[in-house]
Ligand binder design. Structure first.
Ligand code: ZN
Length: 168
């Protein structure tokens, strides 16, 4: 179970709507699956200029070609590394711990894509070196624009299992 204050939940939805059609992303920190603080992190793909994006696409083109259109659409967020580092520093300063990563799906359901699972497993491969607890993965779906859906998942061994969100 993930305990999520309504104010933070609403802020995440607002963040998703603000960035739509781009995906938003961020970090949730707290203690023992109780979220206390939210960090909006810049999605560097959403802020790149068209030229920069073209360059990025070129570098990733060989990988992208092998993906289905659904998977390709989901490589739509990459957290700014410097902001992530600053957030981690603040989380430590406040004696909190990483609880979850969140991102939005602007046109697909609130469940991890194949790409999300790959990214989560990559993070798992070096997480212990960073001395970070296992994060949940929260997805905000704006597929139905008027009724956003937010769900949390634990991703282990390339399998996503839904974890109940309780509002506080
Ligand atoms: Zn995703």
């Amino acid at each position: 179970m993930l305990l999520l204050p309504s104010a933070i939940l609403h802020n995440m939805i607002e963040h998703a709507r603000l960035l739509d059609p781009h995906e938003c992303c961020g970090i949730l920190a707290g203690v023992n699956r109780e979220v206390r603080k939210q960090y909006r992190i810049t999605n560097i793909l959403a802020s790149l200029t068209t030229t920069e994006l073209a360059r990025f696409d070129q570098a990733k083109l060989s990988d992208l070609k092998q993906l289905s259109p659904e998977e390709r659409a989901d490589i739509a967020f990459q957290m700014d590394a410097q902001e992530m580092a600053l957030a981690q520093k603040d989380i430590r300063t406040q004696s909190l711990q990483l609880q979850a990563f969140y991102h939005s799906h602007t046109a697909s359901p609130a469940r991890p894509s194949t790409t999300d699972i790959t990214i989560a497993m990559e993070f798992e491969s070096y997480r212990e070196k960073l001395n970070l607890p296992e994060p949940l993965h929260v997805i905000i779906s704006l597929m139905e624009k008027d009724t956003p859906i937010v769900r949390a998942y634990q991703i282990r061994n390339s399998t996503a299992t839904e974890v109940e969100i309780t509002r506080s």
